[in-house]
Design a protein around this ligand. Structure first.
Ligand code: SF4
Length: 417
């Protein structure tokens, strides 16, 4: 029997220090003991899902966060061993680990490589020291370069580097220098995100005092970078992502293709068995729920009432849970697929949903095609770079949804799954 394929995401909610712009679910200041307890809880959750994932082969694994590489190396290798034990991981699976350059060494990188990790995703963000300080990153450009070289030495042949544009103190020239610097190192993949000021972050509190590039400069950075990276041999394949041919991130492509993935750990999101669900952004509740012994089937509380432990665990863990209705599947597919530069093929759409994409959306999209925001080659509709830059706005017009939909905010970015 042919098994279905599955992406696996594991969330690690620890960082050495919080960056001023970040609203991902992670915390700083945790000790080794907390981290070991969290990994034990993850192992329990993986065992819980081992039965449900039997019909699947895992062909991509992504350990993200947070900063997974703040875990003690032994904890990380225990976690990786657990993944191989609980899931049928394909021999050719893409196995990515997110790494902060200040938290790895040649020794740890060699251990990760030997344990089965074959792709690293490193955050550089900027090659300018003032900009790194403004973001409150914990590493310098020299830290990054040393870690990048160590990763190559440890045998990593597939490395992604994250950079940002629109950040405090950045100019078009300093951004170009970051691009020059990074492309000279020849990574296989580059993710390039525009800074968003998220509520609840230190940047949101000091919004009025931040010295940011103006909107036109920021837009030029995006368009110039696309041209520059294309010329350097990187294919712009998704709004924020560029890859050497064949090095596109297979795990993140699952999000944008609406393929199945399972996200474990607090704050993780899943699309699995026709359901979308996420776990609460609360590490303490997550650990308590996973540590609770549910084998007895029920327990008595202090006041003598009976609680079903399975229900207790589900209530403590689950944040959102809903079945994706067929009509919603179409909307999600359009929203996520159009992030890819390949766009939506009318023929593939017909095969997947039995619907005529041209008849449903062709008239609405004509306006954007006529104005240079989209292209249509007779089968596929796709955003141009100009369209990608304002894609959330265009999608909200096409699909009639709130521009700040959670799907766009979390799943679509391929972050914090
Ligand atoms: S950006 Fe990355 S390293 Fe910085 S706080 Fe967020 S998750 Fe941690």
């Amino acid at each position: 029997m042919n098994k279905k394929s599955l992406g696996l995401y594991i969330h690690i909610p620890f960082c050495q220090a919080k960056c001023a712009y970040c609203d991902f679910y992670s915390m700083s200041g945790s000790g080794d003991e907390d981290m070991a307890r969290y990994v034990d809880a993850l192992l329990l959750q993986m065992e819980d899902y081992a039965g449900a994932v039997k019909p699947y082969t895992v062909d991509s694994v992504f350990i993200g966060g947070g900063t997974p590489t703040v875990l003690p190396v032994k904890c990380m290798t225990t976690l990786i061993d657990g993944i191989y034990r609980c899931f049928d991981v394909s021999k050719r699976a893409e196995f990515t680990l997110e790494a902060n350059p200040a938290t790895v060494s040649l020794h740890s990188l060699q251990k990760y490589r030997r344990a089965g990790v074959n792709r690293l995703s490193m955050g550089l963000q900027s090659a300018n020291e003032d900009e790194l300080r403004a973001l409150s990153r914990i590493h310098t450009k020299a830290n990054f370069e040393a870690s990048y070289m160590a990763a190559r030495k440890a045998g990593f042949e597939n490395i992604n580097v994250d950079i940002m544009y629109g950040i405090p103190l950045q100019t078009a020239e300093s951004f170009n220098r970051t691009l020059d610097y990074l492309t000279a190192l020849e990574p296989e993949h580059i993710s390039m995100y525009g800074l968003r000021i998220e509520e609840g972050t230190p940047f949101a509190l000091s919004r009025d005092t931040l010295i940011l590039p103006d909107e036109d400069t920021e837009a030029d950075m995006y368009f110039d970078a696309i041209r520059y990276l294309n010329a350097k041999g990187f294919r712009h394949y998704e709004i924020s992502n560029f890859a050497r041919p064949g090095c596109e991130c297979r795990h993140n492509l699952k999000y944008w293709n609406c393929d199945e993935y399972l996200g474990l750990g607090c704050a993780a999101h899943s699309y699995f068995g026709g359901m979308r669900f996420s776990f609460k952004r609360n590490m303490g509740m997550y650990i308590d729920a996973m540590e609770a012994d549910i084998t007895g089937g029920g327990m008595l509380t202090d006041d003598g009432t009976s609680i079903d432990y399975e229900q207790f665990r589900a209530a403590a863990l689950v944040d959102e849970l809903y079945e994706v209705a067929p009509s919603e599947r179409v909307g999600e597919y359009i929203m996520l697929r159009l992030r890819l530069t390949d766009g939506i093929s009318s023929e593939q759409f017909r095969q997947r949903f039995g619907l005529n994409f041209d008849a449903l959306y062709g008239r609405k999209l004509k306006l954007y095609i006529d104005n240079g925001f989209m292209t249509f080659d007779g089968d596929s509709y796709a955003f141009t770079p100009k369209g990608m830059y304002v894609s959330n706005y265009i999608l909200s017009n096409i699909l009639d949804f709130d521009e700040n939909s959670h799907i766009i905010g979390t799943i679509a970015d391929g972050s914090e799954q």
